[in-house]
Ligand binder design. Structure first.
Ligand SMILES: Nc1ncnc2c1ncn2[C@@H]1O[C@H](COP(=O)(O)OP(=O)(O)OP(=O)(O)O)[C@@H](O)[C@H]1O
Ligand code: SF4
Ligand SMILES: [Mg+2]
Length: 329
């Protein structure tokens, strides 16, 4: 079955900072199809984690709606919302911080099973946990049950975080920089394991990363949404975005991406930004918020009007006056 599973409908989130408000997520609309991988990519502080936490139901948007199978999650009754929180799991960047260091792997994985009535006896929990450890490639499972997080490598700990997310049979996983902290050498096997979950268990992914190379690898068959200062500036199928980026910011990100061939990386033409400084979220630039850095800035237009995210092709959206003229908010 295909169709929209998750929809962000004009979602914004602000945080109070002294007398001001930080606009971390600004009017984001996105739809994620069942079984799809959508990668959210952007520089540090652009609002990726805030978006992920909103999608996981951990943070309420200050404006806009999150629709899951067409239902507004913040209008659900208690039972419905609990079901949503079970269906949507989040895997964080730092498994050290998210796994209780004094609990064994068995305890970490059995707790949600008992809490949600998915296992009643210790024996049922053991069977289920062995299955989960196998799914995340921690074999033989009995070698891990009595261990503690500090006795595992970074990659193994992240696999336990994924196994814990899987205990409640989620339909949607928000993976927030889930492989960023592990060694490069084991990143690929972790990414392959996550890809397998999509195929084997039909899990839909919001994959959050600051690293376009990871997005390219993990979501080649999915889509990438590029975020800048809380706004989505481009959405496209991954091969299209990588091979033919439309938004000047996407172009700049792509031009900084290293190539497999070092000679190609050395000779690659870099997009030169007008400024390297990222503006403060507390004092956003007028008009298009990328205008102080954009090499294609058009005076009299870009600093005056904010471009809307407009469809420019099949499943392709861009927020730029030059790419999608006439779409201003
Ligand atoms: N609870 C909070 N209170 C105040 N400001 C916050 C809060 N959470 C996030 N912010 C601010 O919102 C902005 C977006 O933060 P967020 O963590 O979503 O960015 P990010 O894209 O995930 O960054 P990174 O790549 O560094 O993880 C930042 O300026 C951050 O300081
Ligand atoms: S609207 Fe103007 S400033 Fe913004 S990305 Fe497009 S060309 Fe650059
Ligand atoms: Mg983050």
């Amino acid at each position: 079955m295909t169709g929209k599973l998750m929809e962000l409908d004009h979602v914004s989130r602000t945080f109070p900072v002294g007398n001001l408000r930080v606009r971390a997520v600004n009017n984001v609309s996105l739809a994620i199809e069942r079984g799809e991988i959508l990668c959210l990519v952007g520089e540090s502080g652009c609002g990726k984690t805030t978006t992920g936490r909103i999608v996981a139901g951990l943070l309420k948007p200050t404006a806009g709606r999150i629709l899951f199978e067409g239902r507004d999650i913040w209008a659900m009754d208690d039972k419905g919302f609990k079901g949503y929180r079970k269906a949507v799991q989040i895997v964080h960047q730092d498994p050290y911080a998210s796994l209780n260091p004094v609990h064994s792997i068995y305890k970490i994985l059995s707790a949600p099973l008992f809490r949600h009535g998915l296992a009643v006896t210790q024996q049922e929990a053991q069977i289920k946990i062995r299955e989960l450890l196998q799914i995340v490639d921690l074999t033989p499972p009995e070698e891990f049950l009595d261990k503690y997080p500090h006795q595992l490598s970074g990659g193994q700990r992240q696999r336990i975080s994924v196994a814990r997310a899987l205990t409640v049979n989620p339909r949607f996983i928000v993976a927030d920089e889930a492989v960023s902290m592990v060694d490069v050498s084991i990143r690929v096997s972790l990414l392959n394991m996550l890809s397998r979950l999509k195929d084997q268990l039909g899990v839909t992914f919001l994959f959050i990363t600051h690293d376009l190379a990871l997005a390219k690898y993990f979501a080649w068959e999915g889509r990438i949404a590029v975020m800048y200062l809380g706004c989505i500036v481009e959405v496209a199928a991954t091969p299209r975005l990588i091979n033919d980026p439309s938004h000047p910011y996407s172009r700049a990100l792509l031009s900084a991406l290293p190539e497999a061939d070092p000679e190609l990386t050395r000779t690659k033409k870099r997009v030169v930004l007008r400024s390297l400084d990222v503006p403060s979220l507390l004092d956003l630039p007028s008009g298009c918020t990328f205008h102080p850095r954009c090499p294609q800035f058009r005076e009299g237009l870009c600093e005056r009007q904010a471009p809307e995210l407009a469809q420019i092709g099949d499943n392709r959206y861009v927020a730029c006056h030059l790419v999608a003229p006439g779409m201003a908010s």
